[in-house]
Design a protein around this ligand. Structure first.
Ligand SMILES: [Zn+2]
Length: 66
């Protein structure tokens, strides 16, 4: 299984937008920062594992769970 890296594209005080670094994938998710929440905007390549890169532990956990 491939592993794709999700990058925080933009964020507010309450949520963050993560996009997949792989151009061919295009996965995009919005992760809640103040409470666990995940909204998938673009499913992308769901056969690949997606990991987040951020110092925010809550966001990382949410992306891992996606
Ligand atoms: Zn991806």
């Amino acid at each position: 299984m491939e592993t794709h890296e999700m990058i925080c594209a933009t964020e507010t005080s309450s949520e963050a937008l993560f996009v997949c670094a792989e151009d061919a994938c295009g996965r995009r998710v919005v992760v809640g920062k103040t409470r666990p929440r995940l909204v998938v905007i673009e499913r992308g390549d769901f056969t690949s594992r997606h990991v987040g890169t951020t110092s925010n532990a809550l966001s990382m956990d949410a992306v891992e769970a996606a």
